[in-house]
Design a protein around this ligand. Structure first.
Ligand SMILES: [Ca+2]
Ligand SMILES: [Ca+2]
Ligand SMILES: [Ca+2]
Length: 503
């Protein structure tokens, strides 16, 4: 093994091992709807019945940990607190009545909402007005709003960090009809690694703008998102199936747009036939935009199936644009830089296949930019030429595949499979990490020294891992990662990291 390989492995293992957090003085409040009607006192043994009771009791810096269950609307009330579900959005649900989760009292980035399903809201799934919280790992689905922003409504100089959420099937009921998924006005959000899918806008008349996102007078960072199948379906004026932006700035990288539609609606009143739909993926008015490493494929509109632009300045580079410049409407505002392609993506479920021409075709200058949605590191050397280069689109194709089969439960076992589309050797590392937050009944003092296990050989291979029946392991977070390499070539690449919690 070469020296460079050894040192990079050592660094990676140090990172795996280094996530040791020490217990803190903050208070942790517990919530469980099993205790209803409660009210409970927020302790482990007598948790609060409602999330709002815990928020009311909490002070800045506290944690609110929520057991699986069904809850109702939450107002952060200006507090810098972390509200986190134990088991993620699958079984921890905010069944909203009005506004699902409200941030409108100056909350900053220390206010965190993580791991909830927010659904059923009639006035926005999440509201940010003059607030900049962190909104992470939630499923925001089937919410609606009368005046825009079915999923998220972001106004009043807000700068939220919106990362790793799925924002799907939200709608605007007839009214203004802008921003089915997200409505953004006079704000500067960062929107990273989200799935924005199947949102709709409807309007009585004069609306139908931005089924996925509607943006005005704002500056938006938009990176690593999958924006698909959003539909502007008003009967009169439909613009921006994916995004409609007006007088704004969008800095975009590593996104995938597909299946968004902005089509002439069916005229309900025959004398008022619909005007042509514009901008299947993007409808841009007086907007400054750069998009790099982005896929625009299979969107649809009457004018500009991918992009329609009026005024402003719109620049694309290292992106895959179906139909190229010729299919863009409003070409005067649009310019293509280096690395533009117009080619079949060759993907499955929007994940690039081994033979895709978009693998390692992104901007050569962008490296070490974190991970994609499925935790593949970026950039990976996907074509085996020894150069780590980012792929085009939201997904990084990873030649080294790692899959975990089975659920890690006390006294049980699971299997780790490693494979590659090449004859690669591998090294497999696994580590028990300390939890990111306190976990009952052990508090925050967990194992400080990770247990690292190694296996090595030639792929494909499978390893069965037995979980000892030791209660101290309950709630521990475990990570596995493989490194695939060609012996003596001194290079290779890491798989995605598989993270899970022992139950
Ligand atoms: Ca790559
Ligand atoms: Ca490469
Ligand atoms: Ca990937």
């Amino acid at each position: 093994m070469s020296r460079s390989l050894s040192s990079s492995l050592a660094l990676r293992f140090a990172l795996l091992a280094g996530l040791v957090q020490v217990g803190s003085a903050q208070t942790t409040w517990f919530v469980d709807d099993d205790g209803c009607p409660g009210p409970g006192d927020g302790s482990v043994t007598t948790p609060f019945c409602s999330i709002q009771s815990a928020v009311s009791a909490a002070s800045d810096g506290d944690f609110v940990l929520v057991y699986p269950g069904t809850y109702t609307d939450v107002d952060f009330a200006g507090k810098e607190i972390q509200v986190i579900s134990f088991e993620g959005p699958g079984n921890t649900i905010i069944q909203a009545v009005g506004v699902g989760v409200r941030f409108d009292k100056g909350e900053g980035p220390g206010a965190l909402l993580r791991g909830f399903q927010i659904t059923g809201a009639s006035e926005h799934g999440i509201l940010c007005d003059g607030a900049s919280p962190t909104i992470e790992g939630n499923r925001i689905r089937k919410n609606s709003a009368l005046n825009g922003g079915g999923g998220l409504y972001i106004v009043g100089d807000s700068s939220p960090h919106i990362v790793g959420n799925s924002i799907e099937k939200n709608t605007c009921v007839p009214g203004m009809g802008a921003g089915g998924g997200l409505y953004i006005s006079n704000s500067s959000p960062t929107i990273e690694r989200n799935i924005i899918r199947g949102n709709d806008v409807f309007a009585d008349y004069g609306g139908g703008e931005g089924a996925g996102l509607f943006i005005q007078y704002s500056t938006v960072e938009l990176h690593g998102n999958l924006i698909i199948n959003n539909r502007a379906t008003d009967e009169s004026r439909n613009v921006g199936g994916g995004i409609c932006a007006v007088k704004s700035t969008i800095i975009g990288s590593s996104n995938t747009f597909s299946g968004n539609r902005s089509m002439r609606g069916l005229a309900v009143v025959p004398e008022l036939p619909g005007t042509p739909g514009k901008g299947g993926a993007l409808h841009l008015v007086d907007t400054q935009t750069t998009f790099t490493d982005t896929i625009f494929w299979n969107d649809a509109a009457d004018l500009g199936p991918e992009v329609y632009a009026e005024g402003g300045s719109v620049k694309f580079s290292y992106s895959n644009m179906q139909g190229g410049l010729a299919k863009i409407a409003g070409r005067g505002a649009v310019s293509f830089g280096e690395g533009m392609l117009d080619t079949q993506p060759q993907w499955h479920a929007f994940h690039l296949l081994h033979q895709s021409p978009l693998v390692d075709a992104g901007s050569p200058s962008r490296r070490s930019i974190g991970t994609d949605w499925d935790l593949d590191p970026r950039a990976v050397d996907g074509n085996g030429d020894g150069v780590e280069r980012v792929d085009i689109g939201w997904d990084e194709y990873n030649v080294v595949q790692l899959e975990v089969e089975g659920k890690p439960v006390l006294g049980g076992s699971f299997s780790v499979h490693v494979n590659a589309f090449a004859d690669l050797h591998y090294i497999l590392a696994g580590a028990i990490r300390t939890a990111d937050v306190e976990r009952p009944p052990f508090g925050a003092v967990l194992i400080g020294v990770p247990r690292v296990v190694f296996a090595k050989g030639l792929m494909p291979a499978s390893h069965k891992v037995a979980v000892p029946n030791e209660s101290i392991l309950y709630g521990m977070r475990v990570s596995f990662q493989a490194f695939g390499y060609i012996p003596r070539a001194g290079r290779g690449s890491f798989s995605r990291r598989a993270d899970f919690t022992i139950r």
